[in-house]
Design a protein around this ligand. Structure first.
Ligand SMILES: NC(=O)c1ccc[n+]([C@@H]2O[C@H](COP(=O)([O-])OP(=O)(O)OC[C@H]3O[C@@H](n4cnc5c(N)ncnc54)[C@H](OP(=O)(O)O)[C@@H]3O)[C@@H](O)[C@H]2O)c1
Length: 283
């Protein structure tokens, strides 16, 4: 059985491979990467690496020869993803991949997030491909909320625009283990899973968790979308990323990041990692 992972040198991809290695031999795993040098650590672990760039359709079919299961980790260039994913799905059809697994977005079919459109389009391409599939609709990574952790602790402030919106995030590790469970398990054909944390929190709770873990008082300050946008741009974040962050917070107010789905803990066979634990591991 050969399982291939796209984005294998990315953060999620590396964690998926670590999880797979705990349960299967390296010879069953193929890392699909756009930079073979970056994948040297994977090669040293006995994993076959193959060149795979979504923007070079001509190399995709040869790279998928002999692959039975494919994890398509969504690409990271917002606005370019549908054609990139389409190229991969077309190649998977040519080589008759037995099962394709795709990392989508929580409730992608109805999510108000700007990011949802490309996931909806990709899900539709997969469902119309006649390939057997599993859609992993991942909610936000807890790590997204902790990118400014050191600064939050130093300044004693956590800014956001989500008001009291609840967030059911989980750690990247949780989503990675769930993906590995689907790739190695059975009975996941043509299923769509809504993957979210076992518990939820508000940004105000998050400030309290950071205070608790660091021993330094951190306060949450809710901003308007405009104020938050200005603040993030002044802090030097790229405009595209700022749009994604602010859009996510605005829709968090209306429940876009909240879920009571138990799909993730069912796949994991345990509760997901509380964000307090993720904070502690980062500190
Ligand atoms: N749920 C969430 O909160 C959340 C947050 C952020 C992102 N995401 C989505 O989840 C995905 C995985 O997250 P992550 O944290 O692992 O992101 P990441 O670290 O940025 O990994 C993205 C991977 O995609 C690869 N890639 C990008 N463009 C490619 C191309 N043209 N051809 C082949 N490979 C390409 C990158 O290759 P290199 O290693 O060579 O750069 C990288 O390995 C992201 O790409 C994004 O779609 C979800």
């Amino acid at each position: 059985m050969k399982i291939a992972i796209t984005g294998a040198t990315g953060q999620l991809g590396q964690l998926v491979i670590e999880s797979l290695l705990k349960q299967t031999d390296a010879k069953n795993i193929v890392a699909l990467v756009r930079d073979l040098d970056k994948a040297s650590v994977l090669k040293q672990q006995g994993i076959e690496t193959r060149l795979f760039n979504y923007d070079q359709p001509e190399i995709l079919v040869p790279a998928l020869v002999g692959i039975e299961k494919l994890l398509l980790i969504s690409a990271n260039e917002v606005g370019r993803r549908t054609p990139q994913h389409r190229a991969v799905i077309e190649a998977a059809k040519v080589t008759a991949i037995q099962h394709i697994v795709y990392t989508s977005l929580l409730r992608a079919d109805q999510s108000p997030l700007g990011l949802a459109q490309e996931h909806r389009e990709t899900e539709s391409l997969i469902k119309n491909s006649s390939l057997s599939y599993t859609i992993l609709r991942n909610n936000w990574y807890s790590e997204n909320y902790l990118a400014g952790l050191a600064h939050n602790i130093e300044s004693g402030l956590l800014f956001g625009a989500a008001q009291d919106g609840k967030i059911s995030s989980a750690s990247r590790q949780d989503y990675a283990e769930a993906a590995a469970a689907v790739l190695l398990g059975t009975g996941h054909e043509n299923k769509t899973y809504e993957l979210a944390g076992s518990t939820s929190f508000t940004q105000r709770d998050l400030a309290q968790f950071i205070s608790e873990a660091s021993g330094k008082s951190v306060h949450f300050q809710n901003l308007s979308a405009e104020e938050y946008t200005q603040g993030l741009i002044q802090a030097g974040l790229p405009e595209g990323l700022v749009q994604v962050i602010v859009d996510a917070d605005v829709h968090t107010r209306d429940g876009a990041m909240f879920s009571e789905s138990k799909d993730l803990e069912t796949l994991l066979g345990r509760k997901t990692t509380p964000i307090l634990d993720t904070i502690k591991s980062l500190l």
